[in-house]
Design a protein around this ligand. Structure first.
Ligand SMILES: [Fe+2]
Length: 292
């Protein structure tokens, strides 16, 4: 076939993929070509706009290295990451809602015993965290592996701070016989996603801000259950309704309550005022995922 025009070229490209052996790949490519061509017919880009788009995507790729993933940031800020998350986590009652992994998770974080302080010497308002890990039906999950990570009180993760050589404000805990973990840390602050790259240009050009509301990340794994990736957000944060990556869900917001110096829930004491976060997590059984 020859003489392609703006009306018949879409079907011609789809036909060219007709011999794709992998049925899933073929379906994805057909849909991609259909939507991409419809998008182009809709906006009718000039050549300079097409070149600008190619340049933007090129710079997005060039911004990526082993510490910076600009394409995930682009996916996050366009709401694509949360859409993929939603499609893949249709949850049963009692299961904790999920949200984005984000770019600051580090595999192999240091292991801590319950009650440990993960602040790594960083100063801030003391935060005592207690969590309960259970199945969606409420059955406690002793031995569940819980990774936690968070920003400091200036909104930076340890991997963003060139002055730190060791991990800080991240760690791995194991749930006790009642499915509980508890630890000391500092109150996290709201922070901007990295905006010194192409995604930042996009946010600036569209009058959007780069901020995320303060939160603590949790990743919880237990045999027989879908690994839960989520955050708990601090109630009252000014960015809860405008999170740059669309990650906030009402069920994930908690008060980080204020308390005067004195006894902590684990029987130790705090010399100064402290804040308290509690959250009961529910994990989705794997069998339900496979049946879905
Ligand atoms: Fe985060």
């Amino acid at each position: 076939m020859r003489d392609f025009d703006e009306h018949n070229i879409t079907q011609a490209v789809i036909d060219r993929f007709a011999g794709t052996p992998d049925a899933r790949l073929k379906r994805i490519l057909n849909s991609l070509v259909t939507h991409l061509h419809d998008f182009i017919r809709d906006v009718e880009p000039s050549f300079s706009e097409w070149e600008a788009a190619i340049g933007f995507l090129t710079r997005t790729g060039q911004m990526c290295d082993d510490k910076r993933q600009e394409f995930i940031l682009l996916s996050d800020t366009l709401g694509v990451s949360m859409l993929v998350d939603a499609i893949n986590h249709r949850l049963p009652a009692g299961a904790t809602e999920t949200t984005v992994l984000g770019p600051f998770f580090v595999a192999g974080a240091p292991e801590f015993a319950n009650g440990a302080d993960i602040s790594g010497g960083l100063t801030g308002e003391m935060l005592f965290v207690e969590a309960k890990i259970a199945a969606a039906d409420g059955t406690a999950l002793p031995g569940a592996v819980v990774d936690v990570w968070q920003s400091d009180d200036d909104g930076f993760y340890d991997v963003q701070r060139t002055d730190l050589t060791d991990a800080a404000l991240r760690g791995r805990f194991r749930a006790d016989a009642q499915g509980r973990i508890w630890f000391r840390t500092i109150q996290p602050a709201a922070y901007p996603i990295p905006y010194d790259g192409p995604v930042g240009e996009m946010l600036t050009a569209t009058a959007r801000h780069p901020w995320r509301p303060a939160h603590v990340h949790f990743m919880i794994a237990a045999p027989g259950y879908e690994t839960l990736v989520t955050h708990v957000f601090a109630a009252g944060d000014q960015y809860l309704d405008s999170d740059a990556v669309f990650g906030v869900k009402n069920s994930l917001i908690r008060e980080f309550t204020h308390h005067p110096a004195g006894a902590l829930p684990d029987g130790t004491t705090s010399d100064g005022p402290w804040r308290h976060l509690t959250y009961d997590f529910g994990l989705k059984p794997l069998a339900q995922q496979q049946a879905a």
